[in-house]
Design a protein around this ligand. Structure first.
Ligand code: HEM
Ligand code: FPP
Length: 318
């Protein structure tokens, strides 16, 4: 073949509609995996781990197990997020907040998302079962399955989905705690596992104002996608605001419980009290003077409240 023929048969530039490589779309995969939520999830799993007591291992083994546990939980959380978005392409397409995500815009195909989501999940659970223990792996599997197969479909049917989704949402500290225990880790269900379940309770209740503030801001969006979130079926907002207030009020005494039962000290007590009251103040503001700005402030306050209170709990562990 002459040089001239080569130039005709082998164009030097790729056609414009050539699919972009996975590497070129790495930021889309990162967006699909919801790394910011994953970061918060691993903080909460770390706190749970810090409260567990595996007396039989050295310092180095403790840190190695911590690292693997956090990696496993992070992969599992990303898996749950990817599979959740795979299920919600149609509704995400209808909402302004979500319509630019990688799946509704076809920047990532359904098959790629399925393979990516399943691979992350299998890897995460495998790491937990091989290097931590059976309880941590099974609790994590339960978390992915209940989030993807129960909470996600339920979102289209009932506002109760929030309370159902808050169960997997509050599981990461319990997974971390179980991973930090000796043997199979199932003693997390004994009366020695109190710390794990109290953190679970704090996280469970925290999710109510966390989500309802956001759902109220995006109520028109949810209505467009036919999602019966509480602010959609409660047009005057009275039930939404009542539940936000109940959540914020409950969080104040609940946050003090770790000191009351002797797993945290006084520094934690005052940190939890101050954070709880500030959070309640923002909850009160949105309830008393409903506005997008106040709802956003409450949502942002939720993102500060949780890591600050939990980190104080770890620092002031008794
Ligand atoms: C039923 C439970 C929950 C619901 C319904 C919920 C809902 C949401 C929604 C709709 C967003 C906005 C996401 C976006 O625009 O991409 C969000 C943001 C966020 N959520 Fe939650 N959430 C829940 C539980 C949790 C849990 C358990 C955590 C972590 C421990 C968490 C951490 C976050 C963080 C860090 C953000 C901000 C993400 C960002 O800035 O991109 N959420 N949540
Ligand atoms: C270890 C492990 C598996 C952890 C998972 C923890 C977990 C279930 C976190 C869920 C948090 C979250 C983003 C819920 C919102 O989903 P959404 O569908 O309401 O949000 P969207 O409308 O933005 O998609």
């Amino acid at each position: 073949m002459t040089l001239a023929e080569q130039n005709i048969t082998q164009p030097s530039i790729e056609p414009l509609d050539q699919p972009r490589s996975i590497f070129a779309r790495r930021s889309d995969f990162i967006e699909l995996a919801k790394v910011k939520i994953t970061r918060m999830v691993i903080i909460t799993a770390y706190i749970g781990y810090g409260f567990a007591n595996d007396a039989g291992i050295s310092n180095a083994q403790w840190y190695a197990k911590l690292f693997i546990m956090l990696l496993g939980v992070a992969l599992a959380c990303m898996s749950a997020s990817v599979l959740n978005q795979l299920y919600e392409i149609d509704t995400d397409q209808l909402m302004d907040r979500t319509k630019k995500r990688p799946l509704p815009t076809s920047r990532i195909s359904k098959t790629e998302a399925l393979i990516f989501g399943l691979a992350l999940g299998v890897l995460g659970i495998a790491l937990l079962s091989l290097f931590t223990n059976a309880a941590a792996a099974l609790l994590c599997l339960f978390t992915i399955v209940s989030y993807v197969l129960i909470y996600t479909p339920l979102k289209r049917i009932s506002p109760v989905a929030l309370l159902v989704g808050a169960i997997p949402g509050a599981m990461p500290p319990v997974i971390g705690y179980a991973a930090g225990l000796e043997g199979s880790g199932f003693t997390v269900f004994n009366n020695t596992g109190w710390a794990a379940w109290i953190i679970f309770g704090i996280m469970f209740v925290w999710q109510v104002p966390h989500f309802l503030a956001l759902a109220w801001m995006y109520r028109d969006d949810y209505a467009k996608a036919n999602m019966p979130m509480l602010p959609v079926i409660d047009p005057d907002g009275s039930r939404t605001f009542m539940q936000i207030l109940i959540g914020c009020i409950t969080l104040v005494p609940l946050g003090l419980l770790p000191t009351m039962i002797g797993i945290s000290g006084l520094a934690y007590f005052f940190a939890a009290l101050i954070c709880g009251l500030i959070f309640l103040y923002y909850g009160y503001k949105v309830v008393r003077f409903p506005s997008r700005q106040h709802a956003r402030t409450l949502f942002l306050a939720s993102l500060v409240y949780l890591p600050v209170v939990l980190l104080f709990m770890l620092i002031d562990k008794m």
